[in-house]
Design a protein around this ligand. Structure first.
Ligand SMILES: Nc1nc2c(ncn2[C@@H]2O[C@H](COP(=O)(O)O[C@H]3[C@@H](O)[C@H](n4cnc5c(=O)[nH]c(N)nc54)O[C@@H]3COP(=O)(O)O)[C@@H](O)[C@H]2O)c(=O)[nH]1
Length: 737
């Protein structure tokens, strides 16, 4: 109570100066003024005295502002004021010190937390008042509340975190949240005190994780990594782990189960890889498809170009073929028509080209054609077309060329052909025969022009080859006649228009008739008698010679058989065989069959061949001759001396007789050359063991020369023209007589 007496108090001032009491009071007052807590003396609920700190706690400048005022105003409200009084009374009345924490009210009305300690001055008499010490703990209270709130929040986080949180000390679990336990399948508190080894599958794994995290943790850094932990039941849990040292022995671990995420990530990675693979595959397929498409397009383009080329060019020589020639001719004809300019077509055929093919082979023939094509091309101008129709036939289209120009070109072609061609080690010369047709005189369209040129070329051949001829209307007439004959020939056999005549062949030494030559005659109701010299080539060209020849053979042998039956057994028959018939592989068999049909011995038949049969393919000709010879049939060489006979081949032919061509006989009387030739042929035949027959013997002088030279037989008008079968018998009887 004395503690709250101020120096200015009249009681204090009434004391004698510098008494010990005064000193004590001053000391106490100084103590109160410098106290860190507020001290107040309250009597009858009124502030009697207080120190400076008390006034400051409540927001007053000095204690004087409080003294004499009710202390109730320092409480939040009347109820709180009374509640404190009720709470404190029991303790204070027992003479004890009452302590409490209460909210009080500052001068500005704000409440604040305080620590109150009170004591009655006289527990027996409460009216004497009480002393209260007040400490402002508002800040401390607030800090505590914040701390509690923070701790609460932390606990909530710890308890409800979606990650496992583990506190380890010396690798033993001191604390963990529920999530961690649940993550590893343990019950609450089950892991407390456990070694962290418990959630690893082996010592090695546990130690390996220890090694991984040692360095960062030792350096105060956090460890972050992926660690596989194992549940109580042994299933692995892939965790994203972060840990940090708390002190030297302790650490906190935050673990997050990323198994599903990992699985999803792996699945995603796999799906991604698969997608990438698919994209790669599709890209590759696409680029392959694009490449294939490109290739296909270029192949197709190439094929189309190739198809066009094959359709328009000759594959061997690279020259335009008939199709392209026709197209170009049409253009050229149109231009010539519109411009009134000339146009020429040359039909060119190589002379005896077939010999090259047959004797040296097709490869040499092909190479020769290629060189000839180049040479033809070199002779003409760029605007001219050199085309190959096939075989050894070429057609040249010369826009702007008149007769003079075409003749010049033909001349140049002849000149060019004189230079030999070198094919491998063969040096070959190949002359052309050419026919020229002029637009529009010889034809107004492509077909007519080429036909006209072809007809003219044929005439050049007839006129000795290695030359050219212009088309004339007479030539046309001849070819019209050939067409007429060809058509008429088709019906000649069925209409029985053919007949055989027989010309005797006389043995010069005895005058006997031992054989007859069968010669074909054709009487056409409108065209009259047509010479075989005219219709046989037409029949050969049209292929009808095969049927006609068979008819001749069968008819001749039937006739011979009839004569033999009629008592002329010594006779034999000679039948002409054309080159086309001879080249038929079935010929030997056909001959044998017909001989058998007529029941005649093979040596009663003689087949007359021309030199031409052997020119094209001597080896094949020899083989056929050998076959016929083997069947007992005799062979003679007709028109000998006019053809292309190689003596080296002749000696290998199974030829029984040479028939000396009538062109050598005709002028025997006054042509010493013919005499020399006939004499030489007879000598040669004798040397080769062959007989000789002279054809076309018309005079006694010719016969005398032939007799003198040792010719075996003669045939000709001197003895008899060809006779009908009915006249043969009479002739033979007459001869005998
Ligand atoms: N492939 C076949 N060719 C045949 C056949 N028949 C005849 N021919 C050949 O036709 C050519 C012309 O024959 P042709 O008009 O019958 O003339 C022959 C004789 O009539 C004629 N001849 C006979 N003697 C004389 C004569 O003294 N003077 C003269 N100017 N002409 C005469 O000669 C022809 C005989 O020809 P060849 O065969 O060469 O002995 C002719 O080439 C026939 O071969 C046939 O069926 N198939």
């Amino acid at each position: 109570m004395s503690l709250l007496i101020e120096a200015s108090d009249p009681l204090v001032s009434a004391l004698p100066a510098d008494t010990s009491l005064q000193r004590t009071l001053r000391e106490q007052q100084t103590l109160l003024d410098s106290a860190g807590v507020g001290i107040v003396f309250i009597r009858q609920r009124v502030v009697v005295r207080c120190n400076q700190r008390y006034a400051e706690i409540f927001g007053y400048e000095s204690p004087q502002q409080l003294i004499g005022h009710s202390s109730e105003a320092l409480h939040p409200n009347r109820e709180a004021f009374r509640a404190l009084g009720r709470a404190a009374y029991a303790t204070l009345s027992d003479g004890l010190t009452f302590r409490t924490e209460r909210q009080m009210r500052r001068r500005n009305g704000r409440l604040f937390w305080s620590n109150l300690t009170g004591r009655l001055i006289n527990p027996q008499d409460t009216s004497e008042g009480s002393i209260w010490i007040i400490d402002d703990i508002d800040e401390q209270k607030h800090a505590q509340a914040q701390l509690s709130a923070a701790q609460y929040e932390k606990q909530v986080l710890f308890d409800h975190a979606m990650v496992g949180i583990v506190f380890l000390r010396e690798r033993h679990l001191t604390r963990c949240n529920r999530h961690f336990e649940q993550m590893l399948g343990y019950g609450p508190g089950e892991l407390l005190g456990s070694s962290s080894r418990r959630w690893y599958s082996s010592d090695a794994e546990w130690e390996e994780v220890g090694r991984r995290c040692y360095q960062p943790l030792a350096e105060g850094r956090s460890f972050e990594g992926e660690v596989v932990l194992y549940r109580k039941d042994g299933t692995p849990v892939v965790c994203d782990v972060r840990s940090k040292s708390l002190d030297r022995q302790g650490s906190v671990w935050i673990t997050m189960d990323v198994t599903e995420r990992k699985r999803a990530q792996e699945a995603l990675d796999r799906a991604h890889e698969e997608l990438e693979r698919l994209v790669r595959d599709r890209t590759r397929e696409l680029s392959e498809t694009v490449e294939n498409l490109h290739r296909e397009i270029s192949d197709r383009k190439h094929d189309q170009e190739r198809i066009y080329w094959l359709a328009h060019y000759d594959p061997l020589t690279g020259l335009p073929n008939r199709t392209l020639l026709a197209e170009r001719s049409q253009h050229a004809i149109r231009a010539a028509q519109e411009g009134g300019t000339p146009l020429a077509v040359i039909f060119l055929d190589l002379d005896h080209f077939k010999h090259v093919n047959d004797s040296l082979g097709h490869r040499v023939g092909d190479d020769l054609l290629v060189q000839i094509a180049k040479r033809l091309r070199a002779v003409v101008r760029d605007k001219d077309t050199v085309s190959r129709l096939g075989g050894d036939e070429f057609v040249l289209l010369l826009p702007g060329a008149n007769a003079h120009g075409a003749a010049r070109v033909a001349g140049k072609l002849l000149d060019a052909s004189r230079q030999p061609y070198q094919i491998g080690h063969h040096e070959l010369t190949m002359a052309p025969s050419m026919g020229i047709a002029l637009y529009p005189h010889d034809g107004a369209d492509f077909d007519t022009l080429t036909q006209s040129a072809d007809v003219a070329m044929y005439r050049a051949k007839l006129d000795g080859r290695n030359t050219f001829r212009f088309f004339t209307p007479e030539m046309q007439a001849q070819s019209v006649r050939a067409l007429q004959l060809e058509n008429a020939l088709r019906r000649a056999l069925e209409r029985n228009q053919f007949e055989l005549h027989y010309q005797p062949q006389i043995t010069i030494a005895t005058g006997e008739v031992r054989s007859l030559e069968a010669l074909l005659r054709w009487d056409h109701p409108e065209l009259g008698r047509i010479s075989p010299a005219e219709f046989i080539p037409v029949a050969e060209d049209s292929g009808q010679i095969l049927q006609i020849g068979e008819w001749v053979l069968r008819t001749a042998l039937a006739q011979l058989q009839a004569w033999r039956a009629a008592g002329l057994p010594q006779l034999s028959l000679a039948v002409n065989i054309s080159a086309i018939q001879f080249h038929q592989p079935q010929l030997p068999e056909l001959v044998s069959r017909i001989l058998a049909e007529s029941a005649l011995p093979p040596d009663s038949l003689e087949l007359e061949l021309t030199e031409g049969v052997a020119v094209d393919d001597p080896r094949a000709a020899i083989a056929t001759m050998d076959q016929l010879h083997a069947r007992g049939v005799r062979l003679s060489m007709d028109d000998f001396g006019t053809g292309y006979s190689s003596l080296s081949h002749l000696k290998r032919f199974q030829i029984y007789k040479l028939k000396i061509d009538q062109s050598f006989i005709r002028d025997l009387d006054h042509d010493s050359n013919d005499r020399a030739i006939v004499s030489a042929i007879i000598r040669m035949a004798q040397a080769l063991g062959m007989r000789t027959t002279a054809e076309g013997v018309e005079t006694e002088a010719q016969l005398a020369f032939l007799r003198e030279q040792g010719c075996d037989e003669a045939q000709g008008y001197h003895f008899s023209p060809p006779l009908s079968a009915a006249n043969v018998e009479a002739y033979l009887l007459h001869r005998r007589r």
